[in-house]
Design a protein around this ligand. Structure first.
Ligand code: GLN
Length: 482
């Protein structure tokens, strides 16, 4: 298995052809996906014709970017014109967007070849990629376990060699946690760095699009293409692309280990791997020391109140009229709304709409929603304070190894609690990166780097240096026999 940048080079040197490359990945998906359910559909003809267009440019040395002609998979909540975009839901099971998301426009303009859409939790609500209407994603390392979520299909696809690069979205950890469970590298950029136009909304103040790959270099290439202001997303920022951001050498970086992130509830094997990554960074010259981030204990409740509140509002658009399905039998308008929403949403989505509507209701707004917003600003301040003294924070991405399939569905509260190390990053709007840093009982373990707003390159550079010194990120490819 090669990185997206390596494939880009081989294409530019005309050692391989774009059509053959796209076809070979789609063939790999059709033969290998049955067991894992990571990909919901491939794009067939449209992928091959995009590859042919790329080939014309490559033949005359006019590549549009370092990944011109490279196959990419896209999470199924990112709108793709003319290609079904279902959010792994019954509600949108037949929805075909009439437009491309901003990131898709940008990737197409850079020559990337979209070969398919990946499986996920329904409307990105979940931590295991089991809540989707089209079934669960299996972990590439042990198919009886989950791939993580909600971008589990994208993470598993990269690990299985279905594409060298995949897009995901991250509202509370949905790129970073599945990257950890599947042994791949993933980044959630700063809130606002990448346009959300065309990302089907879950919780708008937290949602962010990012990318997953084997290594950090590909993620920089992807963010270089996707970063930047977009007037169709009022929260997008005039951010510098990562390769234009100044960055210190690793030997001058200061790395914080928050002591509260290594306490009760953290699996010993996970702790060991993450601490060994700290040692490795230290060997490379970084100054690693302990800090305190006690606000972490409020992160999960604040996150779930805010995320569910926003979801209950965002998902009110699915009413049987504007998009998606409509119940077949109903008596009048309100019965049509009720039946459409009862039949169209799964149990987890309904649970969150109810929780959110409750938190926003007039009697409880101050007690829950407003309070959660206050906690959010306390958490944000705490992170900003630590990041005044440090360039980045190193911590686990998940307190546990990937659970067995079915476990989390039986106990949603336990699933929510496992988001403890990722949700604060979204509440604070900061960038976060997960990279593989070891194995425990044959399963991969990832560690998370959290950085200052609009300083993705610091995380990417630290990860790249770490990946030069270690080979955990290459193990996924090797073990899968690629
Ligand atoms: N597990 C979290 C949730 O269910 C995060 C999901 C996400 O980032 N999309 O809300």
């Amino acid at each position: 298995m090669k990185t997206a940048l390596e494939y880009g080079r081989l294409l530019a040197e005309r050692q391989i052809g774009a059509r053959e490359l796209a076809q070979s990945f789609m063939d790999k998906i059709s033969s290998g996906n049955g067991k894992y359910n990571a990909v919901l559909r491939t794009c067939g003809e449209s992928a091959l014709s995009a590859a042919d267009e790329a080939q014309k440019r490559l033949d005359v040395g006019a590549a549009l970017s370092p990944i011109d002609g490279v196959p990419v998979l896209v999470k199924d909540n990112i709108s793709t014109k003319g290609i079904k975009t279902t959010c792994a839901s019954k509600m949108l099971a037949d929805y075909v967007p009439p437009y491309d998301a901003a990131v898709i426009e940008k990737l197409r303009n850079a020559g990337a070849v979209i070969i398919g859409k990946t499986n996920m939790d329904e409307f990105a609500m979940g931590s295991t990629s089991e809540t989707g209407y089209f079934g669960a994603v299996s972990n590439p390392w042990d198919a009886s376990r989950v791939a993580g979520g909600s971008s589990g299909g994208s993470a598993a696809s990269v690990a299985l060699g279905f594409a060298p690069l995949a897009l995901g979205s991250d509202t509370g950890g949905s790129i970073r946690q599945p990257a950890s469970y599947c042994g791949v590298t993933g980044i959630k950029p700063t809130y606002g760095a990448v346009s959300r136009y065309g990302l089907i909304a879950y919780a708008s103040s937290l949602d962010q699009i990012g990318a997953l790959s084997i290594g950090a270099g590909d993620l920089r290439a992807a963010l270089d293409i996707m970063t930047g202001i977009d007037k169709r997303d009022m929260t997008s920022a005039d951010a510098l692309k990562p390769s234009a951001q100044k960055v210190k050498p690793i030997g001058e970086m200061r790395v914080a280990l928050p002591k509260e992130y290594f306490g009760e509830g953290l699996d010993d094997g996970v702790a060991k791997c993450v601490l060994s990554a700290a040692k490795e960074l230290e060997k490379m010259g970084a100054k690693v020391s302990e800090c305190s981030l006690s606000s972490v204990r409020y992160a999960v409740p604040a996150y779930y109140i805010i995320a569910c509140a926003e979801a209950s509002s965002n998902l009110s658009r699915y009413d049987g009229i504007k998009y998606g399905m409509r119940a077949e039998k109903y008596e009048d308008l309100s019965d049509m709304y009720e039946k459409t929403r009862s039949e169209g949403f799964g149990a987890e989505v309904k649970r969150r709409i109810r929780l959110g509507a409750f938190a926003l209701s007039s009697g409880y707004y101050d007690a829950y929603y407003l309070k959660a917003l206050k906690v959010r600003s306390i958490i944000k301040q705490a992170f900003y304070k630590v990041l005044e003294d440090y360039d980045m924070i190193l911590c686990p991405a998940s307190p546990v190894l990937p659970p067995e399939k079915g476990e989390s569905l039986a106990d949603p509260m336990q699933m929510y609690l496992s988001d403890i190390y990722t949700v604060s990053v979204n509440l604070a709007g900061l960038p976060g990166l997960t990279m593989p840093c070891g194995f425990c009982g044959g399963l991969p373990v990832g560690c998370q780097l959290i950085g200052r707003a609009f300083e993705e390159n610091a995380l990417l550079t630290a990860a790249e240096e770490y990946q030069k010194a270690t080979d955990f990120h290459l193990r996924a490819a090797k073990e899968a026999g690629l």
